[in-house]
Design a protein around this ligand. Structure first.
Ligand SMILES: Nc1nc2c(ncn2[C@@H]2O[C@H](COP(=O)(O)OP(=O)(O)OP(=O)(O)O)[C@@H](O)[C@H]2O)c(=O)[nH]1
Ligand SMILES: [Mg+2]
Ligand SMILES: [Zn+2]
Length: 364
């Protein structure tokens, strides 16, 4: 097994507890005995992974059986490693149940979910106070963050570049509801102390947001050290080449872990229907009063949501956002359904082929 010298942050060796291990993992891992070791995936490099284990960091591959099952680890996953002293290597043989999973719909066909980070407690939705700031995109990010099972926090960066930081924060707070909104400048450090409350020991935070909003700059500021490359937006090429290209987990001096992500232009909803409900808790609350339980709040009689809009208690824009995201999510669910059927077909084809080969094989 090749040893790496803490490629995923400057913090020294850690125990599993310091890496965010919890009781459920303890229970899931208890059925393994013998040459098995537990660890946490800190970084993925195509087919190999950096895994933090008690007091060390290892670069390992994934077992063939996990690959065949299509079960690939994500950054943040707690995994089981099988030590193979005869070859001096170790490989990932199992992924322990996840307490949360941030994923997004993959762009394009297929409706597959793309894993972004596992076992995260808090999602920092990072936006910049300048041109990146967009309330509709914030709603979408909130839905995806809620759907992960982690707690969202809105972080508005580059406050140093904005004259109307207060107005921007107020606009975000209206969309964010009970979700905290924190205004920071990763460059000059202002406001960063307000993030401490989310960075307790053993907590895992993941950063999501467009390319260039300052996610990596924020990580460098929190680490008080330049570990992540950052780049001026203007110096990027026209394709919007992203500076950060791999997901990576860092350990902060305060004991929290933080995962940097490559920027994403527009977060796809994926299976975020539940997250939409939480993001628009005001609308789902009002909908309890609608005459029909499947009311779409369009032209149905006895619609409590439309009534609230007419009475000025709910903004038309907010309702439109909700309806747009719900439609998109329904469409995504349909696509997933089609994708699943296609997958089933493929599986049966494969089983049929295997059975034919089995019959042909005279050894049996
Ligand atoms: N003025 C100002 N500039 C900032 C701030 N935070 C980041 N920047 C600059 O914004 C540019 C982009 O920052 P990055 O940290 O590379 O952005 P990123 O979100 O990691 O981008 P990707 O890795 O491509 O997703 C860099 O030139 C930073 O110096 C800030 O608070 N204020
Ligand atoms: Mg970056
Ligand atoms: Zn209604």
């Amino acid at each position: 097994m090749s040893k790496t010298s803490y490629p995923c942050g400057p913090a020294g060796p850690a125990t599993l507890e310091e890496l965010g291990w919890d009781e459920n993992m303890d229970e899931a891992f208890s059925r393994y005995s013998g040459p098995y070791v537990a660890g946490r995936v800190a970084c993925q490099h195509k087919t190999v992974f950096d895994v933090l284990v008690t007091g060390d960091s290892l670069r390992v591959g994934v077992s063939g059986s996990l690959r065949r099952l299509g079960r690939l680890p994500a950054v943040g996953d707690f995994v089981v490693l099988l030590d193979q002293p005869e070859t001096g290597t170790s490989m990932i043989v199992d992924i322990l149940p996840r307490r949360s999973m941030l994923s997004r719909g993959a762009p394009g066909e297929g409706g597959d979910e793309q894993a972004m980070a596992a076992n995260v407690d808090i999602v920092f939705i990072v936006t910049a106070a300048g041109t990146d700031f967009n309330l509709r995109r914030l709603e979408r990010s909130l839905a995806v963050a809620y759907a992960s099972g982690a707690q969202p926090v809105v972080v508005i960066n580059t406050s140093d570049l904005s004259d109307d930081a207060a107005a921007i924060a107020a606009g975000a707070a209206e969309v964010a509801g009970t979700v905290p909104v924190v205004m920071v400048s990763a460059r000059d450090g202002s406001g960063i102390a307000a993030l401490d409350q989310f960075l307790g020991p053993g907590t895992t935070v993941v950063l999501v947001g467009s390319s260039g909003v300052g996610k990596s700059t924020l990580i460098n500021a929190l680490l008080n050290e330049t570990v992540q490359e950052t780049a001026d937006v203007r110096s990027r090429d026209e394709k919007g080449r992203h500076t950060t290209t791999v997901r990576q987990l860092f350990r902060l001096p305060c004991g929290a872990m933080i995962i940097d992500n490559p920027g994403i232009r527009e977060i796809q909803l994926g299976n975020a229907a539940a997250g939409i409900g939480e993001t628009f808790a005001d609308i789902t609350g009002l909908a309890q009063g609608c005459r029909y339980p499947d009311c779409r709040h369009e032209h149905e009689p006895g619609c409590a949501v439309r009534e609230a809009v007419e009475a000025g208690r709910l903004s038309e824009k907010r309702l439109a956002s909700y309806q747009r995201l719900m439609k998109e999510s329904d469409f995504q669910a349909e696509k997933n359904d089609i994708g699943l059927k296609r997958l089933e077909k493929k599986k049966y084809k494969w089983i049929g082929k295997a059975a034919k080969e089995f019959r042909k094989d005279k050894r049996y």
